[in-house]
Design a protein around this ligand. Structure first.
Ligand code: SAH
Ligand code: SF4
Length: 395
C-alpha cells in the first residue's frame, strides 16, 4: 500500500457522497442541469446515495441514461479508503480512514472512527477535526500537531464508511461475525452517533451542523436527532446555537468541580469558567428530564477522584437535567496521569449513584485494539502495519 501522503489532484472527479442537498444542487448546476429540475434530481440522488448506499451511477434507474453518463463523467460515488481495520473481542471495531486532500495545501488526513455494538444499539464515535487546537492535558489528541477542520462531507462519510463495513445498506451482506452487531425489528447496526472522536465539534460548528442535517434527513440516513450526541469541552457561546440549530443531545467534558483544577485539565476553562458553562447548560434549548445533558468525568488518580469531589459534582449539577458518565482514564505513552484505582472509582460512583444518577461508569470498550477516547489514531501508527497485512489478507 502507498505510504506517501496523497497529492491533491485538481483534475480528479469529486465524490458526491456526503454532500448536502445544497451542494448536490450546485454540483448538478455545474454540469448543466437547469435550476427548475435540480430539486427533483437532488431528491433522486439523495435516495440512491443515502438510502440505498449506491456506489455506482448505473444503479440509479429512475435517472435518465444521459444524465447518469454525465454524472459519471464528472463525479464519483467514492468513499474515503479504510486503510486499517481492527475488530476487538467485544465486537468494537476501529477503522482508520484516509481522507483525500481537500486543496493543494492539504496533504490529506487520517482519522479514526470507532463502532461500539451493544445489545440494543450500535454507536459510532466520529471525529469533527483532524487533531484538536485545544490542549486538555489528559488527552492525546491535543498533542497532535496537524489540525484542520473536517468538512461536513467528511463527517458524513464516516457514517457511510461504517454502514459499508457493516453491510448496513439494502442488499448488502453483513460481516461474518454478525452475532456481535445489534439487529432486529427497528434496530440499525448504527443507531447512535457521538461526536467524541478527534476534535472540538463546536470549533467547527457550521460543518458539524450541516453534517447533522444530512445524517438526520428522513429520506436518507434517517438518524434520530436524539440519538446524536455532540460532546464539547465547553465552548460556551456555541452551546445555545447548537441546541437551536441542530436539536441534538449535548455532552459536556467536565472533569473537574472547581476552576483551579479545570483550568489545568481543560485550559479552555480559563476563557469559559465553570459558572458560565453551567449557566449555558441550564439554558440549553430542549434540555429536559427526557433529554438530559451528559456530563463526562474522566477518572484521574489522585487528581479529581476524591469522595469530596464526587459530592461536589452532584451539588453543582443540581437543577440541571443531567446524566453523569465516569470515564476510566485511558493512559497514553508520555502522559503524566494514571487511571484511578477501581475501588476509588466505585466509591466515587456510589456517591453519584446515591444521588440518583444511574450506572454512571462507562465500561471501557475495545481496549485490546486501543479504541478508547483520547487514543484515537495516536497509538494506531504502531499497529498499522499489522492491521494492513490483515486487510490485504482479506482482499
Ligand atoms: N473535544 C470534545 C470531543 C472529543 S473528546 C470534548 O472534549 O468533549 C471525547 C471525550 O473523551 C471527552 O470527554 C474527553 O475529555 C475524553 N477523553 C479524552 N482523552 C481521554 C483519555 N485519555 N481517557 C479518557 N477520556 C478521554
Ligand atoms: Fe480537544 Fe476534546 Fe481532546 Fe480537549 S479532550 S484536547 S477538546 S479532543
Amino acid at each position: 500500500m502507498n505510504e506517501s501522503p496523497a497529492i491533491f489532484d485538481p483534475h480528479a472527479c469529486p465524490s458526491l457522497v456526503g454532500k448536502t442537498r445544497a451542494q448536490l444542487a450546485q454540483a448538478l448546476g455545474a454540469i448543466g442541469v437547469p435550476e427548475r429540475e435540480q430539486r427533483m434530481r437532488v431528491g433522486q440522488l439523495w435516495h440512491w446515495i443515502y438510502f440505498q448506499g449506491s456506489t455506482s451511477f448505473d444503479a440509479m434507474l429512475n435517472v435518465s441514461k444521459v444524465l447518469r453518463a454525465k454524472l459519471a463523467e464528472h463525479y464519483t460515488l467514492d468513499r474515503p479508503r479504510v486503510v486499517a481495520a481492527q475488530l476487538s473481542q467485544d465486537g468494537t471495531r476501529k477503522w482508520l480512514i484516509r481522507m483525500p486532500p481537500v486543496d493543494a495545501k492539504d496533504k490529506g488526513a487520517e482519522i479514526e472512527c470507532v463502532y461500539i455494538p451493544e445489545s440494543d444499539r450500535g454507536t459510532l464515535c466520529i471525529s469533527s477535526q483532524v487533531g484538536c487546537t485545544l490542549t486538555c492535558t489528559f488527552c492525546h489528541t491535543g498533542t497532535q500537531k496537524l489540525v484542520r477542520n473536517l468538512t461536513a462531507q467528511e463527517i458524513v462519510q464516516q457514517l457511510i464508511v461504517a454502514r459499508d463495513m457493516l453491510g448496513d445498506f439494502p442488499d448488502r451482506t453483513r460481516p461474518d461475525d454478525d452475532g456481535l452487531i445489534p439487529s432486529g425489528e427497528g434496530v440499525r447496526p448504527v443507531s447512535n452517533i457521538v461526536f467524541m472522536g478527534m476534535g472540538e465539534p463546536l470549533y467547527n460548528f457550521d460543518e458539524v451542523n450541516d453534517a447533522i442535517g444530512v445524517l438526520t434527513d428522513g429520506e436518507g440516513l434517517s438518524l434520530s436527532k436524539r440519538r446524536i450526541t455532540v460532546s464539547t469541552s465547553g465552548v460556551v457561546p456555541q452551546i445555545a446555537p447548537l441546541g437551536e440549530a441542530s436539536g441534538t443531545m449535548l455532552a459536556i467534558s467536565l472533569h473537574a468541580t472547581n476552576d483551579e483544577l479545570r483550568n489545568k485539565l481543560v485550559p479552555l476553562n480559563k476563557k469559559y469558567p465553570l459558572k458560565d458553562l453551567l449557566d449555558a447548560c441550564r439554558n440549553y434549548p430542549g434540555a429536559a428530564n427526557s433529554r438530559r445533558i451528559t456530563f463526562e468525568y474522566v477518572m484521574l488518580k489522585g487528581v479529581n477522584d476524591s469522595p469530596k469531589e464526587a459530592r461536589e459534582l452532584v451539588r453543582m449539577l443540581k437543577g440541571i437535567p443531567a446524566k453523569i458518565n465516569l470515564i476510566p482514564f485511558n493512559p497514553w505513552p508520555g502522559t503524566q496521569y494514571e487511571c484511578s484505582d477501581w475501588e476509588t472509582i466505585e466509591t466515587f460512583s456510589d456517591i453519584v449513584f446515591n444521588a440518583g444518577y444511574a450506572s454512571p461508569v462507562r465500561t471501557p470498550r475495545g481496549r485490546d485494539i486501543l479504541a478508547a477516547c483520547g487514543q484515537l489514531k495516536s497509538e494506531t501508527e504502531k499497529l498499522r502495519a499489522r492491521a494492513r497485512l490483515a486487510l490485504d489478507d482479506e482482499a
